[in-house]
Design a protein around this ligand. Structure first.
Ligand SMILES: CC(C)(COP(=O)(O)OP(=O)(O)OC[C@H]1O[C@@H](n2cnc3c(N)ncnc32)[C@H](O)[C@@H]1OP(=O)(O)O)[C@@H](O)C(=O)NCCC(=O)NCCS
Length: 231
């Protein structure tokens, strides 16, 4: 591994939003004809509801200063226009049914995760405010085709700074070479800066060093060490 761094009114009830199993409704829209939406999660004993609630505020992606991006894209793509039939957005729990784990499984061992475990982890991450998992969805297929995550770590040092860590970068094998890896890295690198991180780091295998160097990452002199307690 290498360690790399970079400095009210009518109420409507809508049925059948994405879910793992069972005919349980999930959304209640509240009223007034404006964009006021109340999310109601209804849990049945053996049914977990998956929905479109984003892990973090999508405006963080839409408002990135794309002119600061360090790599070129040909054809031109961007966070708000990632390619035909593609959308780049924060992870939501419905992505469990859109092959999120199928993509992650091309990177590492993902284990047997239940919907309950997934939702529990998602809600923990959302509450913390420090997890920025992004996905690229192919809207024609209704499938996730790429994902990467930025985590912000809080420090007492460097004036109580924040450090960014980029993890779980993977593009599904049939979509590689279409600039999606570059798009994800550019987006999360810019996001880490926008969030005020003093540096952003990642670990990668030697064959991928050249890929990350495109975005200004340099191999550090520090050695990445680990002690594993399970796979
Ligand atoms: C590495 C990975 C994310 C790249 O995604 P991708 O969508 O295939 O790559 P892109 O199409 O965005 O990349 C395009 C550019 O990066 C280069 N590139 C792609 N993979 C590279 C690699 N492993 N090493 C060096 N350069 C690479 C391409 O040559 C291309 O260069 P160009 O823009 O100058 O023409 C993808 O191959 C993948 O998911 N691999 C398996 C999982 C993995 O290894 N993840 C990284 C964990 S650290």
């Amino acid at each position: 591994m290498c360690h790399m761094s970079l400095g009210g009114g009518d109420t409507q009830v809508e049925l059948g939003v994405s879910q793992v199993a069972g005919p349980v409704c999930a959304l209640v829209f509240a009223s007034s004809g404006k964009e006021e939406i109340i999310w109601e999660r209804l849990y049945a004993a053996d049914t977990m509801i998956l929905d479109e609630t984003p892990l973090f505020d999508p405006r963080l992606l839409a408002e990135l200063d794309w002119s600061q991006n360090m790599v070129s894209f040909c054809p031109a793509i961007s966070p708000v226009n990632p390619g035909e039939s593609l959308v780049l957005r924060p992870l939501c729990t419905s992505d469990l049914n859109r092959g999120f784990y199928k993509v992650l499984g091309q990177l590492t061992n993902v284990g047997d995760v239940t919907a309950e475990q997934f939702i529990g982890k998602f809600e923990h991450m959302k509450r913390s405010g420090d997890y920025f998992a992004v996905v690229v969805e192919d809207l024609n297929l209704g499938q996730i085709v790429a994902t990467a995550t930025l985590i912000t770590e809080h420090k007492f040092i460097h004036g109580c700074a924040k450090r960014g860590r980029i993890e779980e970068v993977v593009v599904s094998d049939e979509c590689r070479g279409k600039q999606l890896g570059k798009l994800l890295l550019s987006v999360l690198t810019l996001l880490s800066k926008a969030l005020g991180c003093y540096k952003v780091t990642l670990e990668c295998k030697p064959p991928n060093v050249a890929f990350y160097e495109k975005f200004g990452y340099v191999a550090s002199e520090e050695t990445y060490m680990q002690r594993r307690f399970s796979d």
